[in-house]
Design a binder for this molecule. Sequence first.
Ligand code: FAD
Ligand code: NAI
Length: 465
Amino acid sequence: MPDRYDVVIIGAGPGGYVAAIRAAQLGFKTACVESRGSLGGTCLNIGCIPSKALLQSSEKFAEAGRDLAEHGVKVGEVALDLGSMMGRKDKVVTTLTRGVEFLFRKNKVDWLKGKGRIAAPGRVVVTGADGASQEIEATSIIIASGSESTPLPGIEIDEKRIVSSTGCLALDRVPERLVVIGGGYIGLELGSVWQRLGAKVTVVEVLDHIVPNMDRELGTALQRVLARSGMEFKLGTKVAGIGEAPERLTLELEGAERQSLTAEVVLVAIGRRPYTAGLGLEAVGVALDEHGRITVDDGFATNIPGIYAIGDVIRGPMLEHKAAEEGVALAERLAGQKTSVDYDAIPAVIYTWPEVASVGKTEEELKAAAVSYRVGKFPFTANPRARTNGYTEGFVKILAESGTDRVLGVHIIGPDAGTLIAEAVLAKEFGASAEDIARTCHAHPTLSEALKEAALAVDGRAIHI
Ligand code: FAD
Ligand code: NAI
């Protein structure tokens, strides 16, 4: 007799492992199928966590060599021990992936090790690394198989010299020259890491602006700061091909003019695509959209009864917290609750220096939808805490609906923007007005006062500018 579960989840990334824990909390007999040797998916193993560990370490390195003297702190010669930096990153990853194993044991979620394939509705075959397979039965199957790097046609990733984010998180030395293809999240975060460690970084972006999904003003401001720190940008430019010689790579660029560029390492970061290989979707008849994403309704149900999907493999931003929210919402819906995800209140953060963070509508989206709005802006140069900290780059921008004053979008570039955005997300979740934020008492001196001031600025009454 095959083992029988109430819920079987394929993939133990943030969508899958969170859904598994919540399903188990709700009393479902739950299993999670994962083929990787550790839990946590892209995010914990090769994504959010290792990249943020390296961003943190490289920022410390850059700070020690740059900013500390201004604070009256004298350090000796600053030297890089890349092996230790990578070792620390790996340790952080292991601690967190083991933490998910602990949570599975605590909540009695079975980790079925191997590759999951849906044989039929209600039936999943799990094939282990040794080739042995077992069939299990499930009332509900959740696909949370995530995403993979989008390849650039004609360019082969070897993860040594031409790398995806995965190889770029594990380089064994600082490249003299790194060319990044794609001026989005990965390109700018990992480009920043290696630039801080000493690489000369050039970003090649096909559009005429970076971070295309964010409010345009943020992208422009971020590009200005990164360019000032030495990062080069080639916008409106495509890579036509890469020539490989033993000592260097030569990129042929097509833009306003044809030119070539040499590099020791090339990072391809032009987006990610849903990962559905080997799931058996075609045989079962699960529908995909034109981007290869699994089609789901508002309750995450596919077109086949009893089969659901969440996270990077469905529509919406490919973000950890979006996948996790969907995991919780789906588990609760399976238990008869009416939980849903508010897609208009999902923050997005780029962890460069300065950080960039957004929630809600951009100014471009409001213009395109002919929504009437007011703008309140406040620069960190006028925020006392930013002054004491010595980081005054950036601003807070609040977009509020004319007439109702409802907050439609908040966009921040500046120190700790990723933490500051939480207040804006809460405001959006509660349907707050700019006046609500303006009337809320903010502790002094904190960076969050810039949000209050931007909210006051919506009504033309900021105090400190
Ligand atoms: P994944 O995390 O991709 O997990 C899917 C899992 O399913 C994988 O472990 C895979 O092995 C497994 N799997 C697939 N098919 C099968 C199968 N047939 N059988 C068994 N197992 C299978 N997001 C943020 O919000 N913040 C960040 O700072 C951030 N940084 C990132 C940095 C990088 C370099 C990258 C690449 C991504 C980053 N992301 C970040 C995005 C984030 O990692 C993803 O949005 C998130 O991991 C999606 O979760 P998921 O559960 O949908 O899929
Ligand atoms: P992205 O979508 O953020 O950026 C890709 C960039 O490449 C875009 O600017 C696009 O215009 C450009 N591009 C596309 N084709 C190109 C070409 N042929 N030549 C040059 N440029 C080209 O994708 P990225 O950076 O690969 O990241 C993938 C996803 O992973 C992100 O969209 C995000 O969802 C997630 N992520 C999130 C992070 C965070 O939350 N901090 C960090 C890293 C990744």
